[in-house]
Design a protein. Structure first.
Length: 712
């Protein structure tokens, strides 16, 4: 029979796939710190969850018996029995996937209480208020997690009791109020009676943890973070320790270093007389970890020592959870800390200087993709603002401006000198001209691979995609998020590095080159085997790329040079030309502009190679969409008869150019065959610019011309 259970003392961090991240790390902490610092328990493996899912919610064979056996062993170590009427053992039941999914799955605390054991707990501890507080928490959490009773119904009951008692915080409710809450909570169960049997409670909680792997928020998180559905979650059953036993107890979280800057001082927060759920829920405001040294000096000193021990053992910055029960510190969890880019590079540099890691090992601790955020503006970290929505961090950097809902408006408003953010349900190829004019892009649909994300990243524009809470009405030109309504022209700000959206006028801070980043990039230069070039379409992009050590331009996309508002009319005139002669006349106006662009690129790159791609996209992408033109034409028939002929010609041209699948149509090299004069002018501009720069600098630019989309 398959073994579905691993006690903490038999596991380790090398068993992550089987025990999940939390189970593997708790087991490892038990080895490193000893059982006296880590409450005992056992892990139900990810294999059990996978078997449960494959059987459509039927527990795998032998699981019940193995859980009962593991529970008896836990009871023997604790010297207590689950649900005992005199001195009950209480346990937590927590999820734990291979990869951290914070807050996405369910937890049940204080399991094992009933009407008899709560009285035994009160007598044993001499603290009836604590016992009934634990009981009301358990009845509330069990009802919400295991039976699906909406959490707000419990919160409404708590709010009513606090109003009646004239108090503001849960901790101010006395024993009598908590007794009444337990009774009221049980009334919310309706026909589904609260289970007094601890074995039944435990079975239901384990099922709830497995079921939460398939919950909506967990599934959505996995989609965004590319976590496979078939991994499943482990389930950890652990002896409870209590941070809500009064002023000598607390719960909190601690990082082994500052989680924002990566500085050497540990950071975090804690709440006195609280359980862990109070810390993360935000109902009460926690205290800074440094203040713990004043109120619980011995526990704080022990915690600092443990943080150093764990960091040295894991050889990485740690993110921990802890509880102090009547001045005794217990460690509940540790994991490698997720951190922003500035903290990642600071830790890497410090870890090498401290001898904790080698240069190559330190490089591996950094998520390379996150470093992009260091090169873009961000929200001022010290500025207060309200987040009204969150989406996918699709293209890094922060931007703010007036809301516009169409790409044409983005262009028109930008020409008037306004800074705008283009807001769309989703974007299409026809919207690209609006991207160029906007400070940033916000969409209600899509992800990191959406059109908006891909194009925005290519242009270096901040983008938040898939902000599903947004309700966008293009006809009314409004955006709603809950009770907040924003209209065209209202201010909005987005942070494409974090996915945050706010309607506040939050200050933006320009990126400053972090000296630690320079150190890290120097290490990478020593280790790398590939040359690195940059994408750059403007002299400014080229200058920035060279500052960061790029060895040339790997791709200059010339189509982006035509997106500027002052160039679009000239580009559209070229597209609307009816014959080669008129097309050449229109191209002649674009020629000096292209020459100037290329001169700037060659000067910035000096003797480094520059790869220039000739015009790639189909021509209809530079024109308004057929649908928008048809609407505008119909309006002109009634309001502006003088514009009708022009709009008819443009609409006819758009329809003649539109294709079902442009990848197989007239673009790239195929466009160059049909209209060779376009490539003639671009090549002339490239060569002329190169000759001028050679004459000016005395060095010949290394020009590489790419002919796009060649096929045979």
């Amino acid at each position: 029979m398959t073994n579905w259970i691993v006690p903490f003392e038999e596991g380790g961090r090398d068993m992550r796939e089987l025990l999940g991240g939390k189970g593997a790390n708790v087991a490892e902490m038990t080895r490193v710190l000893g059982a006296e610092r880590v409450p005992s328990g056992f892990t139900i493996t990810t294999e059990a969850c996978v078997a449960y899912m494959r059987a459509d919610g039927v527990e795998p064979e032998g699981l019940d018996e193995q859980v009962a056996r593991a529970l008896r062993a836990l009871e023997a170590r604790a010297g207590k029995r689950l649900g005992d009427a005199d001195d009950p053992l209480l346990v937590s039941v927590r999820s734990g996937a291979r990869e951290s999914m914070p807050g996405m799955m369910d937890t049940v605390l204080n399991l094992g209480l009933n009407d008899a054991s709560v009285e035994g707990l009160a007598a044993k501890t001499g603290n009836p208020r604590f016992a009934w507080d634990a009981y009301r928490r358990f009845v509330q959490m069990f009802g919400n997690v295991c039976l699906g009773i909406p959490g707000e119904r419990f919160e409404e009951a708590i709010a009513a009791v606090k109003r009646a008692a004239g108090v503001e915080q849960d901790v101010d409710l006395d024993e009598a109020a908590l007794r009444s809450l337990v009774a009221e909570f049980k009334g919310l169960y309706g026909e589904r009676a609260f289970p007094d049997d601890p074995a039944e409670q435990l079975r239901a909680a384990i099922r709830a943890v497995f079921d939460s792997w398939l919950g909506k928020r967990a599934v959505t998180y996995r989609r965004i973070n590319h976590i496979p559905d078939d991994w499943g979650t482990a389930c950890n059953v652990q002896q409870m320790v209590f941070g809500n036993k009064g002023s000598t107890s607390c719960s909190g979280g601690a990082f082994s270093r500052d989680e924002v800057t990566g500085g050497p001082e540990p950071s975090g927060d804690f709440l006195i007389d609280a359980q862990g759920e109070d810390v993360v829920s935000g109902v009460r405001t926690p205290q800074d970890l440094a203040e713990m040294a004043d109120v619980m000096p011995e526990a704080h000193a022990t915690l600092m020592e443990i943080l150093r021990t764990l960091e040295a053992h894991y050889r990485d910055m740690q993110d921990t959870e802890f509880t102090v029960e009547e001045d005794r510190l217990y460690m509940l969890q540790t994991r490698n800390a997720k951190r922003p880019a500035q903290a990642a590079v600071r830790f890497a540099v410090d870890a090498v200087s401290e001898g904790l890691l080698s240069q190559d090992e330190a490089l591996i601790t950094i998520d390379a993709a996150s470093l992009d955020a260091l090169l873009h503006p961000t929200f001022d970290p010290d500025a207060p603002f309200t987040v009204i929505a969150r989406g996918v961090a699709a293209s890094p950097g922060a931007a703010k401006g007036q809301i516009v809902f169409t790409p044409d408006d983005a262009v028109d408003w930008a020409q008037l000198g306004r800074k705008v953010v283009l807001v769309r349900p989703f974007t299409e190829a026809d919207d690209v001209h609006g991207f160029f004019a906007a400070q940033g892009i916000l969409t209600a649909e899509g992800g990191k691979a959406s059109h908006a994300a891909l194009v925005a990243r290519g242009m270096g524009k901040p983008c938040v995609a898939g902000a599903s809470a947004l309700r966008i009405d293009l006809e009314a030109r409004t955006l709603r998020v809950g009770d907040v309504e924003l209209r065209e022209g209202d201010l909005i700000a987005i942070d494409g590095s974090t996915g945050r959206v706010t309607a506040d006028d939050v200050p933006l801070t320009e990126a400053e080159v972090d000296p630690n980043l320079g150190t890290v990039l120097g290490w990478a230069d020593q280790a790398r085997r590939l040359g690195v070039r940059a994408n750059a379409d403007t002299p400014e992009d080229a200058r920035r790329a060279r500052e960061f050590g790029a060895e040339g331009i790997g791709l200059c996309r010339t189509e982006h040079m035509f997106m500027a508002a002052d160039r679009q009319p000239k580009m559209q005139a070229m597209i609307m030309a009816e014959d080669t002669a008129h097309r050449r006349e229109a191209l002649a106006e674009l020629l000096p502009l292209q020459e100037k662009d290329f001169e700037g690129l060659f000067e910035e790159m000096a003797d480094l190679p520059v790869t220039i791609r000739l015009l790639d996209p189909p021509l209809h992408e530079f024109l308004p969409s057929g649908e928008e033109l048809a609407v505008e034409l119909e309006r002109a028939r009634h309001e502006r008869p003088g514009d009708v002929r022009r709009l008819e010609r443009t609409l006819d041209r758009v329809r003649s150019l539109e294709e079902t699948n442009p990848m197989l149509g007239t673009r790239g090299a195929r466009l160059g065959i049909i209209a060779p004069e376009i490539y003639d002018v671009q090549v002339e501009a490239i060569i002329t610019a190169a000759r001028r720069v050679r004459a000016k600098l005395g060095r010949t630019p290394q020009v590489e011309i790419m002919l796009p989309l060649v096929a045979y």
